[in-house]
Design a protein around this ligand. Structure first.
Ligand code: ATP
Ligand code: MG
Length: 769
């Protein structure tokens, strides 16, 4: 058999057509697991083997670097090691950087231009707003950053935007946009969105540049086309040269693959339009549909199809599998998130025990990054190796390390490393220069950095502004230190988040990443609360074993105890090394799971308010995007799929009773085998039995339905002077109310013993009396 035939052998009819298609633009639309990515890989191999295309003439765009590496590997497996070496298989950003390194000098950038990450560009935007003397309350820099990012994704430059700007907000934004670009340019830097936009500008402004790349890339391919944004679409169009009249170079061959049902990045500017209107964008385009799924059992596929069918206005798809019915989906209703994690880990243990499944074949998915923490704790405790894909381990996340640094400084004021980590976090006007002067002063006086802070007046050449800023900082540390003695670790964590302004800064941001940070911090409050709960129990157990009484003052967990415990779980070096053969279990958010497949998948946290995410509950468009995310999650599974939810989950250290995810209700009951028969309704407190939507419980759908509200009860509306009862602190009086909606906080005085507390009204276990 010739190598060409070999390449085509493992493909069905329509796949083969797509691989061998030559000439005009080609769109392949198809549901999950139907071989879209496989078609791209085989097409590349076929172009080279059958049509004599050189590797250098091929540009293949993938959604992640990991996907690019996998595609390269597969091509090497098909054609040999050297075949793919010089081929451009990469993400949009990497491809644009490569082009820019060669060409950006034409627009006055140095070829070694710097790329600003989101933290860098946020910093620059703050400087710009300051330079413009803008009131950060009225014109938050973060919101400007987000809006400018959107404009760039839409290829709107500042001049164009300035012409349209009507309101004062818009005019200021236009001005900030202009100044921000100028500062970037002066610094020889581009932010992430610039990489695409500037490349498009280059291709449009310099015909010779466009021609060069059109000659070079005779074949352009894009995976996950449904998640491209406008700028990326124009980049492709310019590169291919589709709209040229009498082109010098004939248009390159374009082949894109995608699935509108898997579009999950609209919040970042991706637009399904690109796939829906491909034929209009590229006249003489051809579309090929794929309908056979090769990944999953029919059971898994039917579940996924049933869920996605609830989205309106989508063309019906007929996705089928020859894999047979397979095993039923396993459902599990956990009492709480710890029970859920224990169940998942227990199942993985059982599955891998007899060698039928290796750990590397298993993935655990969750909606938000913060949810990884409980799983990580159980994996670490059980000594099971794991990896987190597309994210950072919980205790290594920036916001968690920042709070930990505060706590460490409170436990040990001389901890220089921690102190320097937080000295200007959140920003309080102690710049690098001031920090350096303090360091020099400390060295000269042979005192510690902490002591130097206290003697800031004596530090030579310190600006008055910096001196004041340092004084405020030490005052803040003193204020927090005064709380250490009388507060529990969780109260301290809350105090740090609150008094430093760390939480409010994040809470005000519209950035999705900051939302995720708030969720991680919320989870960290839970960590502290859990620690306190188990601490006393452990002491009692130990004392019982030793036949002793628990001494009263020992029973209170201290900050030092807490930090000690954290350093144990946070030290993941203790995990055994993955044995190379079997790999390790993968933990990841649903967003990172796109394009991947695993024999065994656990889809966890299926609760309304968790998944679908709380933010999306009231918004039909966003809910539909969540449903697509559910479709992505379900269709990652090849043979075994688990779906689970917790009846109670902690939020800000308090229990929150979440109704089951609506996506669970949408899965036909006959496909799921519920492991725990008892109705969760029975274990729910009576207060929950009235759901605002008036839905009935149990019976229909899965695992019963609590109704559609996440809250335990409605969050009370509080005013100054109101009397409240708190589950733990008892009776108190409201002193201050701050913020609105979900972010409302109240300062409540619980009397002499407990004192004043700042609480998030929505989450705190309080009722108005
Ligand atoms: P997604 O939408 O999730 O990105 P996809 O459409 O890109 O999915 P692939 O990942 O390319 O699908 O293919 C899914 C699985 O099916 C892969 O393991 C692939 O190797 C296998 N597969 C695809 N087509 C065939 C075929 N004709 N014969 C055998 N296996 C196939
Ligand atoms: Mg794919």
């Amino acid at each position: 058999m010739s190598s060409q035939e070999q390449l085509l052998e493992g493909l069905n009819g329509p796949q083969r057509e797509a691989v061998t298609h030559g000439g005009g633009p080609l769109l392949i639309v198809a549901g999950a697991g139907s071989g879209k990515t496989r078609v791209l890989t085989h097409r590349i191999a076929y172009l080279m083997a059958a049509r004599g295309v050189r590797p250098g003439e091929i540009l293949a765009i993938t959604f992640t670097n990991k996907a690019a590496a996998e595609m390269r590997e597969r091509i090497q497996a098909l054609l040999g090691a050297r075949a793919a070496a010089s081929m451009w298989i990469m993400t949009f950003h990497s491809a644009c950087v490569r082009i820019l390194r060669r060409e950006a000098h034409r627009l006055g950038y140095p070829s070694g231009f710097t790329i600003y990450d989101s933290a860098d560009s946020a910093r620059l935007m703050q400087l710009v707003c300051k330079e413009m003397d803008l009131d950060p309350k009225r014109f938050p820099p973060k919101s400007f950053s987000a809006q400018i990012s959107n404009l760039k994704n839409e290829l709107v430059d500042y001049d164009t935007f300035a012409e349209q700007a009507q309101t004062e907000q818009e005019k200021k934004l236009a001005e900030a946009y202009r100044l921000y670009q100028r500062r970037l340019h002066e610094a020889g830097a581009m932010d992430f969105d610039d990489l695409i936009m500037v490349t498009v500008n280059l291709l449009q402004m310099f015909p010779d540049v466009a021609e060069h790349y059109r000659r070079r890339f005779r074949h352009v391919m894009v995976d996950e086309y449904q998640d491209t944004n406008h700028a990326q679409y124009v980049f492709i169009r310019e590169l291919v040269g589709a709209e040229q009249e009498a082109p010098v170079v004939p248009p390159s061959e374009l082949c894109v693959v995608g699935d509108a049902d898997q579009s999950i990045y609209a919040f970042r500017g991706a637009t399904i339009r690109n796939i829906l209107e491909f034929e209009r964008d590229f006249p003489d385009a051809r579309t090929i549909l794929l309908e056979q799924n090769y990944r999953s059992t029919q059971t898994i596929l039917s579940a996924a199809n049933a869920v996605i069918e609830r989205n309106e206005g989508r063309p019906a798809k007929n996705l089928w599998s020859e894999q047979g019915e397979g095993t039923p989906i396993v459902g599990y209703v956990a009492d709480n998130e710890h029970d859920e994690a224990a169940f998942v880990v227990g199942e993985i243990d059982k599955l891998t025990d007899d060698g039928a499944i290796t750990p590397g074949e298993v993935a655990v998915f969750y909606r938000t990054n913060a949810q990884s923490r409980v799983f990580e704790d159980v994996f670490i405790r059980m000594g099971l190796p794991y990896k987190i894909v597309g994210g950072v381990r919980f205790y290594e996340r920036k916001e968690i390390r920042d709070v930990l640094a505060y706590l460490r400084v409170l436990a040990n004021p001389e901890d220089t490393v921690s102190l320097r980590r937080i000295i200007n976090v959140p920003k309080r006007g102690i710049g690098a220069r001031a920090e350096e002067s303090l360091e020099l002063f400390a060295a000269r006086e042979r005192i510690t950095f902490a002591q130097a802070l206290r003697r800031v007046d004596e530090v030579p050449a310190m600006a008055t502004r910096s001196v004041n800023a340092v004084r405020n900082f030490t005052a803040l540390l003193d204020e927090l230190a005064a709380l250490v003695e009388a507060s529990s670790p969780s109260q301290l964590v809350e105090a740090v988040l609150d008094k430093t302004g760390y939480l409010s800064e994040l809470a005000e941001s519209k950035d999705i990443q900051d939302e995720s940070r708030v969720e991680n911090l919320e989870e960290f409050v839970d960590v502290a609360r859990e620690f306190e709960n188990t601490f006393t129990a452990l002491l009692e157990d130990e004392a019982a074993l030793e036949g002793e009484e628990v001494v009263e003052e020992d029973a209170e967990p201290t900050l030092v105890d807490f930090l000690e415990r954290i350093s144990l779980v946070a030290d993941t070096d203790q995990l055994p090394d993955a044995d190379d053969e079997g790999g390790v279990v993968t933990l990841m958010t649903l967003h990172s799971a796109k394009g991947l497949e695993f024999p065994v998948v656990f889809l966890t946290g299926l609760e309304d308010g968790v998944f679908p995410h709380m933010r999306t509950l009231g918004d039909k468009t966003q809910l539909e995007e969540e449903r697509r995310l559910a479709y992505v999650g379900l269709t990652r599974a090849e043979r075994l799929l688990y779906v689970s939810r917790a009846a109670v989950r902690s939020a800000w250290g308090s229990p929150s009773y979440n109704p089951p995810s609506r996506f669970l209700d949408e899965v036909p009951p006959s496909l799921v085998d519920w492991r725990r028969g008892e109705s969760p309704v029975l274990s729910a407190p009576p207060a929950l039995r009235r759901g605002p939507s008036g839905r009935s419980f149990g019976g229909e759908g899965f695992g019963g339905t609590f109704g559609r509200s996440r809250q335990k009860t409605e969050a009370p509306t509080l005013s100054v002077g109101d009397l409240v009862n708190h589950d733990k602190f008892g009776m108190g009086r409201v002193q201050l109310v701050d913020g609105t909606g979900d972010r409302t906080k109240a300062r409540i005085d619980f009397g002499a013993d407990i004192g004043e507390k700042d609480l998030m009204v929505k989450y705190a276990p309080i009722e108005k009396l």
